[in-house]
Design a protein around this ligand. Structure first.
Ligand SMILES: Cc1cc2nc3c(=O)[nH]c(=O)nc-3n(C[C@H](O)[C@H](O)[C@H](O)COP(=O)(O)O)c2cc1C
Length: 390
């Protein structure tokens, strides 16, 4: 079973991630893993921290001579900023005078709910773990899941559909999303240059006014065969697993599969993807007129591209802070401000790619099994053959 965990605080010494259940014999391309980490750090509207950090995954176990060996993989991402925080966040007792309190909780962040839950007098330790810095660890293990999926011919990427009030209409092709991935400079990861410029203008506006923006990203999983996930039990449905995986990302407040939201307001005859049978198709000879289902029917992948959208609320740390209350005096004050991103939709898309890849890798391993890549790929190819002759 593919399982993963992360540990580490935003300004602690390092993030750590564990990934267990990867078959032996998977080649690990370190440059690919680090490029995924770089992609998560990009995007117009990020805070200053992204400039001081260039993440790299230091693999500690489970990989030898460049390939997985079937043992749990553990890896570490150093926090370059740790040197500035050692005295404020020591593991030992340290000097309480050096502590950096978060004196007033930010509406929309985990500060108040977390401080109440963990019975802490202020929010420093809350934001340290609630922060999306954690998503870097997910991206690192997600990159390994992507390398696994590539061996089955599956690719997972994302693009930005909306930021604030600017939306890109229509469906974006896999080829355009792939072209975005090849860029060495990431602005808003939008497939349309004019719309991307409007998005940038929107971010500029909030940068000036001390406000923030949310938006929508879409993750696309390309070349996924029919048959991953099942309706047999509620917690084995692929749509449910994808929704939970993407929703678990910081600031994602809604998840949509295919045209799920619009479909609720349209008649069935316009929504459902009519079925045909042609000689030229992919995994099977069945074809569809469109892909409103987003590649999942009955909790099972149906052979079309899987399309999952994540809706992000605006960042809650505002340079012009909202009203809050001082933790110690209970007097009204402005919410705390600490260097922050103002728009993170492209980066959230990259983190969501990792979550989708980990979900698909888990479902693929459940279906095809295998303790070595040779065994997994053999089982996979046998299944593809079965589909061809269906
Ligand atoms: C890639 C990424 C970067 C983020 N950066 C920030 C940030 O700089 N400042 C901030 O207040 N929130 C940031 N967030 C959002 C918070 O982490 C999130 O709102 C907070 O943990 C509370 O969780 P919730 O929004 O899911 O309720 C970021 C989210 C993502 C996905």
């Amino acid at each position: 079973m593919l399982r993963y965990f992360t540990a580490g605080e935003s300004h602690g010494e390092a993030l750590v991630a564990f990934l267990s259940g990867v078959p032996a014999g998977l080649k690990i391309d370190q440059a690919f893993v680090d490029r995924e980490l770089w992609r998560r750090q990009q995007g117009y509207g990020r805070g200053g921290r992204m400039k001081i950090e260039r993440d790299t995954a230091h693999i500690l176990s489970g990989v030898r001579h460049g390939s997985t060996i079937g043992s749990p993989i553990s890896l570490q991402l150093e926090n370059r900023d740790w040197k500035n925080w050692q005295e404020s966040l020591p593991v030992g007792d340290g000097d309480p005078a050096r502590h950096k309190r978060v004196a007033s909780p930010r509406p929309g962040h985990a500060d108040l709910a977390g401080a109440l839950k963990y019975n802490l007098p202020e929010a420093r330790y809350i934001l340290e773990r609630a922060s999306a810095r954690e998503s870097a660890a997910r991206v690192a293990v997600g990159a390994i899941a992507k390398l696994f999926l590539r061996e089955l011919g599956i690719d997972v990427l994302s693009h930005v559909v909306a930021t604030g009030s600017v939306t890109l209409p229509g469906e974006v092709s896999w080829e355009s999303i792939r072209a975005l991935y090849d860029r060495d400079e990431v602005l808003l990861n939008c497939a349309d240059a004019e719309v991307e410029q409007l998005m940038k203008d929107d971010v500029d506006k909030v940068l000036k006014t001390g406000d923030s923006l949310g938006g929508v990203f879409e993750v696309v999983a390309h070349n996924v065969p029919p048959g991953l996930g099942t309706y047999a039990q509620w917690d084995e449905r692929l749509d449910g697993l994808l929704a939970a995986a993407v929703m678990s990302l910081q600031a994602v407040k809604a998840v949509e599969i295919g045209s799920g939201v619009a479909a609720a307001f349209m008649s069935g005859s316009r929504v459902h993807d009519e079925i045909g049978y042609t000689a030229k198709s992919g995994f099977t000879s069945f074809s569809r007129t469109h892909n409103n289902a987003g590649g999942v029917e009955g909790g099972i992948s149906n052979g079309e591209e899987i399309r999952v959208r994540g809706y992000l609320k605006p960042i809650s740390t505002l340079r012009r802070p909202l009203q809050s209350v001082d933790f110690s005096t209970r007097e009204p004050v402005k919410a705390a401000y600490e260097r922050s991103d103002v728009c993170v939709v492209p980066a959230a898309g990259v983190a969501a790619e990792a979550m989708v890849a980990l979900t698909l890798a888990r479902c693929a391993l459940e279906k095809f099994g295998g303790d070595s890549m040779t065994e997994t790929v053999r089982n996979f190819n046998g299944y593809l053959q079965q589909l061809k002759t269906y």
